[in-house]
Ligand binder design. Structure first.
Ligand code: FAD
Ligand code: SF4
Length: 335
């Protein structure tokens, strides 16, 4: 299937970018970073932008800068650069591991962290060439039904990107810009549980960077499970960050998951359950499943919610083992 024709712009500065989109109608244009998802959707006729505005030539967006306590990663930074950065590997292992697990080396060369954070939700009834649709349109295709949840009043497509749970566990902040200026949004407030539109990003807004505070002696890890070992989105992925107080005891664990709802999910109930427990004692995890049962999970592609909860539990346990192992090598944790 060929790409349908569109006008292409490649601005080199952010102000040029905002000038270009100001001249486009609301739904006429698509923002493209690496294009590893956008071009697939155009080819499958899932979206039909008349204009594509590429972020590739805006050099300001491609950077990893360490200043004071903060690391700032430009939204256009390719995933391979993040996974291989010595700074990210040393201080933000969960992010390095998550970026290094996306798809394949070729896709990580093109795909950016901004595109990963802003990745659309996915569903078997949507992510396929338009020509192969043999069923009535669902919410995501402009209809009024859902083929996954009977009598649903919204779309339950799944958020499956790898880096957002790692960024949630690192309490990252997102820098969002429009033509008039910039603002910072805590990662925790960026998403909503809605398969149609899971990001709180205005039509004329652009994600320009991610900021992460470096926490001295924090341990972190990201692990995921997918049905095929090859190039595939995760069925479930879990990131964990375990900051340490000066006396060496861990406190305020932060965890987040992908593949369970229409947004990356902070696992608050499980965090509260684990906080102030001796995590090196396997008995301390008894009762974790009761907390995970509170999470609403919808059955997609015949994968039972109980199976995903079991995966969540196993991935949390393994992440904890990696993070509490003395001098744990982050690379060993990459599952
Ligand atoms: C075969 C295959 C396997 C894949 N496997 C995985 C996987 O295992 N894990 C995973 O996480 N992803 C996977 N992906 C999806 C995708 O490749 C990655 O998520 C990648 O990081 C997307 O980045 P990109 O720069 O290519 O995004 P694009 O395709 O350029 O953009 C994706 C979306 O983000 C928006 N966007 C991009 N940058 C910005 C910005 N700065 N501000 C606002 N909006 C923006 C675009 O408008 C678009 O809606 C896979 C894709 C393919 C084709
Ligand atoms: S979850 Fe339902 S509405 Fe959303 S894409 Fe799938 S079938 Fe369509």
């Amino acid at each position: 299937m060929h790409l349908s024709p569109f006008k292409y712009f490649g601005p080199t500065t952010l102000s040029e970018f905002f000038e270009i989109i100001a001249q486009c109608g609301r739904d006429e244009y698509a923002v493209m970073a690496g294009g590893t998802d956008t071009l697939v959707k155009i080819r499958q006729r899932l979206i039909r932008p008349s204009t594509v505005v590429s972020l590739n030539a805006i050099s300001e967006l491609n950077s990893i800068v360490h200043e004071g306590d903060d690391v700032t990663i430009g939204a256009g930074t390719p995933l391979y650069r993040i996974s291989e950065s010595p700074l990210v590997r040393k201080y933000l292992p969960a992010l390095s591991q998550a970026a290094g697990r996306v798809a394949s080396p070729q896709i990580r060369q093109m795909g950016t962290i901004g595109g990963n954070i802003c990745l659309d939700t996915r569903c078997l009834y949507y992510n396929q060439p338009e020509s192969s649709f043999s069923f009535p349109p669902c919410f995501k295709r402009g209809g009024k039904i859902c083929h996954v949840v009977k009598n649903a009043d919204r779309c339950y497509a799944l958020f499956c990107a790898d880096t957002p749970p790692a960024l949630l566990s690192l309490a990252a902040r997102l820098v969002v810009a429009d033509a008039s200026g910039r603002k910072e949004i805590p990662m925790d407030e960026f998403y909503r549980d809605d398969g149609l539109s899971c990001r709180r990003l205005g039509n004329r807004e652009l994600l320009v960077a991610v900021k992460i505070k470096l926490e001295a002696r924090a341990a972190g890890s990201y692990l995921r499970f997918s049905l095929l070992g090859a190039i595939e989105f995760p069925l479930v992925g879990v990131a964990l960050c375990l900051p340490q107080v000066p006396d060496g005891s861990p406190h305020e664990i932060r965890m987040a998951a992908t593949g369970v709802q229409s947004r990356p999910l902070r696992l608050h109930a499980a965090e509260n359950f684990l906080n102030n427990k001796n995590l090196k004692d396997p008995q301390s995890l008894n009762g974790l499943m009761a907390e995970l049962r509170q999470i609403q999970i919808v059955r997609h592609q015949n994968i039972l919610p109980s199976y995903k909860r079991e995966l969540l539990k196993v991935l949390i346990e393994r992440n904890i083992r990696h993070c509490t192992r003395k001098g744990g090598d982050p690379d060993e944790a990459a599952g």
